[in-house]
Each structure stands twice: as structure tokens, then as C-alpha cells.
Design a protein around this ligand. Structure first.
Ligand code: CU
Length: 355
């Protein structure tokens, strides 16, 4: 219902630029008496269509507290119950600091952006108990993981939405090995942009013979912060982002990665927002060793210094720094290296190569 209405409304935005406003004439999902005359023009923040309005409202919840943690994507503790690894997630809204003096209102897993990293071994039986403390329903999708259909987290298709105050339990065998993630699938355009995403790493059953010295997961997303309120950024007029974060932080608050010259670095790059980010490394070329969690055979690996991440994609890249110094990794859509239009900022981080 929402999607079809949105398509109709977006179509009308385009039409309204060159023709007088015409009434929406409904569709198979919408009773005719609900049809509305839409007069919004491109760039307008006003959505007359109430079904589209959820995208344009600020992220809010009653009594939002400041985050008690400052780092997102940290490994989540689990307990073992009869051979099952049991994880607990609580969805809740917090004020999340992305930069000195800038906090966004975020929907989170366990109070951080990204949510905590679930890191298990291929073949593990995992159970994830999700308590929803948001003011809105939610679900979790295990992006790229081969789960049973009933665990896929698509609201009204594979499960009922998890209502505020309710708990839902996901259970599946973790496979295959690789770089994955979990994220909301309920009003994903809003809830994912609001912070409901986290890494899900599955280690191979046979431990790696030669693991890298540094193995970091970097989740990239965008925010719109205006007049003290946070909105889910969209590729839509009036909703474009003005802050950009790696693991929930904008440069210079992004993590600096320190590595010794000659040691191998693996970066698991994950794009979870709604924009494309060509990530560029200074100083060294890298090899793409896995795409969307799946290993690239050695003879097929591309050597590059820039890789474009489309929404939902993951690239594992590896490189061996050969010169000491402070080397940048940054998005090459250079507007994305700003904080509210001020350079430098956003999608930049430092690789500090030492002797
Ligand atoms: Cu970018």
C-alpha cells in the first residue's frame, strides 16, 4: 500500500513540474474516496499525501535519552543454551553523537549506531531475541545470510511486525561465511536511515591460515539534521543528507586505524544508506577479496584504489601499506566529505601507518 502510493505521489511530483496538478485517481489498493489532490512541487517539504508523510517527519520518540555508549558496531556478548548462541537486542531511540557538538536522534539496536556486531562461526545455531522499545513496529532482515524464509524479517510477508513492547525471536544456522549485516525491514527507508543497522560477520568453519593484522568493518550511511531535528536522509528533493558517517561517526570523529608498515589490512566496507559512495584509498592499491560476503578467487581479484559501494553492497578489501604516514580513506563524491556543508568532514578516515 505504502509503496504503491509513494510511486503515485512521486510520479505526481514530476508531473506537477510541467502540468497543472491533477487528482490521484487511486489504484487497486486504495479506495477512491481516499484519493487526494496533490499539489506538492519538487523541493517542497510538505507531503499532502499522509501515506508519504512518514518519510518527511522527524525521527522522534518519547523521552529520548543521550546514548551511554560512544562506539557502535562492537561485538555483542552471547550466552550458550544447549549449543545455541543466544543474543539479545533491544530497539530503542537515543541521542547519538556523530561529531563533537552534533548528536542525531537515532533508532538503535542496544543504544549504538551501528548496532552491536554479531560475530559467529559458519554452522553455528544462533538465536536472536529482539525486544522492541521503539514507538513504531519493526522487524529485522539478515541481509545476505541464508536464513529460512520465516526468519527473513519482511513485515506482513514472512512475519507480523514486532509491535512496540513486543518481543520476537529469530533463529537460524549462520551460513555462509562472510561479511553480512542486519537491519530493519519495517519502513526501511526511515528506520534504516535512522540507525537500525549493524554488522553480522560469519567466520569460516576452518579458521583462516593467514588472518590479516587488522580486520575492520566500516558501515557507511547518511543523515539529515535540520533545525535541531533529525530526519532519515533520502535521495529525494528536500531530504538530501547533510551529514555522512562511517560506523556512526563523521570525520574527524571517525576512528583512526593504526597499522604497522608491511602488515595486511582488511576493511569490510558496507553501504547501508540510500546513496552510492566511491571509497578511495590514498597511497596504496587494494585488492577486492570478497563481494557481498562471497570470496573472490585469487585470479579474479581486481586491484583498485577506488571502489563504489551501492546501497546494500559489501566489499572486503585488503592491502599492505608500504610507506609510513597518515593515509586517507574517503568517499570521492566530495560533498560527502563535509559536515553540514563544511569541509573536511563526513566520510573520511585516517590509516596511520607506523614502523
Ligand atoms: Cu559518498
Amino acid at each position: 500500500m505504502k509503496r504503491s502510493l509513494l510511486v503515485a505521489w512521486m510520479g505526481l511530483l514530476i508531473l506537477s513540474a510541467c502540468a497543472p496538478a491533477v487528482p490521484v485517481t487511486g489504484n487497486e489498493n486504495m479506495p477512491m474516496q481516499d484519493a487526494q489532490v496533490v499539489t506538492a512541487t519538487p523541493g517542497s517539504m510538505t507531503a499532502d499525501n499522509p501515506e508519504a508523510a512518514h518519510m518527511m517527519e522527524p525521527i522522534t520518540a518519547p523521552n529520548v535519552q543521550s546514548a551511554t555508549e560512544t562506539e557502535g558496531g562492537q561485538p555483542l556478548e552471547f550466552r550458550e543454551e544447549n549449543g545455541v548462541k543466544v543474543f539479545e537486542l533491544t530497539t530503542k531511540a537515543v541521542q547519538w553523537p556523530i561529531l563533537d557538538g552534533v548528536a542525531v536522534t537515532a533508532f538503535t539496536y542496544n543504544g549504538t549506531v551501528p548496532g552491536p556486531m554479531i560475530r559467529v562461526t559458519e554452522g553455528d545455531q544462533v538465536r536472536i531475541v529482539v525486544k522492541n522499545e521503539l514507538p513504531d513496529p519493526t522487524t529485522i532482515h539478515w541481509h545476505g545470510v541464508e536464513v529460512p524464509n520465516a526468519m527473513d524479517g519482511v513485515p506482513d510477508v514472512t512475519q507480523d511486525p514486532i509491535q512496540p513492547g513486543e518481543t520476537f525471536t529469530y533463529e537460524f544456522i549462520a551460513k555462509p561465511a562472510g561479511t553480512f549485516m542486519y537491519h530493519s525491514h519495517f519502513e526501511g527507508d526511515v528506520q534504516v536511515g535512522a540507525g537500525l543497522y549493524a554488522p553480522f560477520i560469519i567466520e569460516p568453519k576452518e579458521p583462516e591460515a593467514n588472518p590479516p593484522a587488522v580486520d575492520k568493518t566500516l558501515m557507511i550511511s547518511e543523515w539529515l539534521q535540520r533545525d535541531g531535528q533529525t530526519y532519515a536522509a533520502m535521495p529525494m528533493s528536500g531530504m538530501e543528507p547533510n551529514f555522512f558517517t562511517i560506523n556512526g561517526k563523521a570525520f574527524p570523529a571517525t576512528e583512526t586505524i593504526t597499522v604497522k608498515k608491511g602488515e595486511r589490512v582488511r576493511l569490510r566496507l558496507i553501504a547501508i544508506g540510500q546513496f552510492i559512495h566511491p571509497m578511495h584509498l590514498h597511497g596504496f592499491s587494494f585488492q577486492i577479496v570478497a563481494t557481498d560476503g562471497h570470496p573472490v578467487p585469487e585470479g579474479a581479484r581486481l586491484t583498485k584504489d577506488t571502489v563504489s559501494l551501492a546501497p546494500g553492497e559489501r566489499y572486503d578489501i585488503e592491502f599492505v601499506p608500504t610507506e609510513t604516514g597518515q593515509w586517507m580513506l574517503h568517499c570521492h563524491i566530495l560533498h560527502h566529505t563535509t559536515n553540514d556543508n563544511v569541509e573536511p568532514g563526513g566520510l573520511m578516515l585516517m590509516i596511520n601507518v607506523v614502523e
